[in-house]
Write a protein that binds this ligand. Structure first.
Ligand SMILES: *[C@@H]1O[C@H](CO)[C@@H](O)[C@H](O)[C@H]1NC(C)=O
Ligand SMILES: *[C@@H]1O[C@H](CO)[C@@H](O)[C@H](O)[C@H]1NC(C)=O
Ligand SMILES: *[C@@H]1O[C@H](CO)[C@@H](O)[C@H](O)[C@H]1NC(C)=O
Ligand SMILES: *[C@@H]1O[C@H](CO)[C@@H](O)[C@H](O)[C@H]1NC(C)=O
Length: 480
């Protein structure tokens, strides 16, 4: 063998090795736009749109989204937050495979959706790429080729900043409520709106004790339920505008990074937690109203604090785990990723374990640039800080977690949120107590990893068995 041929052989071996490594870590990117949302100024879109994704099974490494439109030359460009206010977008799967998860609850998961994937966020989504550490991934099943996004956008283009900020809190208009002669005369929501809100109470005792206006249909004067698809955020924009203004055509642009599902992939799902408006017994009301701070009052520093206690497995009995039996609810899970969701005025939202140990504080970044400066817009939350746990945090699903949401109350706010998005993964349950919060190098851990691998293999075998791709069956009206 000559030196050259030896070198060639080595090169071949090296490139083969590289190719194999490349195969294992084949990471791809998929960017697409949703169907258009055409809106007059002041008009609200609250739509369920299909997100085409590469055919499953895939494992999703990261997700990001923002609102775009076409410019005069047909280029796709980002839309300033002051023009299209992204109230939220919430992503879920309606694949039949996840039907058993239909009743699981999670903040930002629409009722009736099968599986919350929920990369959901609002104006912060442009600056808050959600990425999961290896090998933790949101996975899809064989044949699954779409997700669904509930996209809520308010067209605030060409509005005065004051109006735009009022609009984005979704004040109830004459489309929702009979408006009395003066502002103090708050009459109840129209009977068509009441069922959307529901008569059942979802507020924790702190909010109830203070008669929070967001908690009952009779006092409700702004928020999600007055911001339905096709409504106008304020009457001023609905009624006889002299020159019929132009519609804007917006899309949600989304990018996923993904790779093939491997045996090591550990599937993520959403914890049934956390919402500062709920408690251990109630998942939460999602939104709440904040009165203006009063001089000399309790909240003189104008920081409104709402706090409560919840658990990862949530308030409803079969909200978590694989079926809802007691033993499954009280278990250890690996917590991989957390990010908070706040509205304008938000200061922070944080989770504490056992009252004192800070797990994650998610902080907003308000823009400080010029109006319309994409990614740095003044007056809006442009991003939220997140917490990634690598190695994961091991938590018991029944451990008490304190949720603390803080808002600046120098102005009153309605329909604000203090929510957490928490991605977790199942782990083999160890007998006895697990005190270590993260993995160490112990034999137990090695055993756990082995078991997890076995579980993952069995899991994927089961996924493989499902050859059939079932059509999406949903009561939700999906636009393609
Ligand atoms: C509110 O306004 C309605 C209709 O204008 C009136 O019938 C009602 O008495 C008023 N309620 C209060 C508490 O002022
Ligand atoms: C709830 O709303 C009521 C009425 O606006 C207000 O007085 C109270 O301070 C609010 N409470 C909380 C905790 O937000
Ligand atoms: C929680 O805190 C209490 C005292 O505040 C302590 O006794 C207990 O061991 C703590 N539990 C955990 C799980 O850290
Ligand atoms: C609340 O907002 C007001 C007005 O924008 C500002 O002056 C104040 O510093 C803020 N307070 C906090 C605690 O962020």
């Amino acid at each position: 063998m000559t030196v050259t041929s030896l070198r060639n052989l080595l090169l071949t071996v090296a490139s083969l090795a590289l190719a194999t490594a490349g195969d294992i870590h084949r990471r791809m990117t998929h960017t697409a736009l949703t169907a258009p949302m055409k809106l007059y100024p002041g008009e609200v879109a609250n739509k369920y749109l299909r997100l085409e994704i590469p055919k499953g099974p895939i494992s999703i490494v990261s997700f990001e989204a923002d609102v775009v439109e076409s410019d005069e030359d047909g280029n796709v460009v980002a839309v300033p937050l002051a023009d299209a206010y992204l109230h939220h977008h919430v992503v879920f799967s309606d694949h039949k495979f996840y039907e058993r998860e239909k009743n699981w609850w999670s903040p930002m998961k629409p009722k009736g959706a099968n599986r919350g994937v929920s990369f959901g966020a609002g104006t912060e989504s442009r600056g808050t790429r959600q990425a999961f550490p290896s090998p933790y991934r949101f996975t899809t099943v064989k044949g699954e080729d779409s997700l669904i996004a509930n996209v809520h956008i308010i067209n605030t283009r060409s509005m005065e900043a004051r109006d735009a900020h009022k609009c984005l809190e979704c004040p109830c208009s004459s489309e929702d409520r009979m408006l009395g002669g003066n502002d103090d005369n708050v009459t109840a929501l129209f009977s068509a709106v009441v069922p959307r809100k529901g008569l059942e109470n979802h507020c924790n005792s702190f909010l109830l004790a203070e008669d929070n206006t967001s908690c009952s249909p009779s006092a409700y004067f702004g928020g999600l339920y007055c911001c339905e698809d096709g409504e106008y955020c304020m009457d001023a924009f609905k009624d006889d505008v002299p020159d019929k203004p132009e519609k804007s055509t917006y899309h949600l642009r989304y990018t996923i990074e993904y790779e093939p599902v491997s045996r090591d992939t550990k599937p993520l799902y959403l914890a049934a937690c956390c919402d500062a408006t709920g408690d251990v017994d109630l998942p939460g009301n999602i939104e709440y109203d904040i009165p203006q701070c009063a001089p000399g009052g309790e909240d003189e520093d104008c920081v409104h604090v709402l706090e409560t206690t919840q658990t990862l497995h949530g308030a409803s009995s079969d909200a978590f785990g694989t079926g809802g039996s007691r033993s499954e609810e009280d278990k250890y899970v690996e917590v991989v990723y957390m990010v908070g969701h706040l509205h304008r005025g938000g200061i922070s939202v944080a989770l504490y374990l056992n009252d004192t140990e800070l797990l994650c504080e998610s902080l907003p970044t308000y823009g400080s640039g010029e109006p319309g400066e994409i990614g740095n817009e003044p007056g809006y939350i442009n991003s939220m800080s997140s917490c990634t746990f690598d190695p994961p945090l091991v938590l018991r699903t029944t451990e008490k977690i304190r949720v603390v949401g803080k808002y600046n109350s120098s102005e009153p706010h309605q329909g604000v949120m203090s929510l957490f998005y928490i991605a977790v993964s199942d782990m083999p349950q160890e007998p006895g107590d697990v005190r270590s919060r993260t993995h160490g190098g112990s034999v137990l851990v090695a055993m756990a990893v082995g078991l997890a691998l076995l579980a993952a293999i069995l899991h994927w075998r089961r996924y493989d068995k499902r050859r059939q791709y079932d059509a999406v069956d949903t009561s939700i009206n999906i636009e393609v």
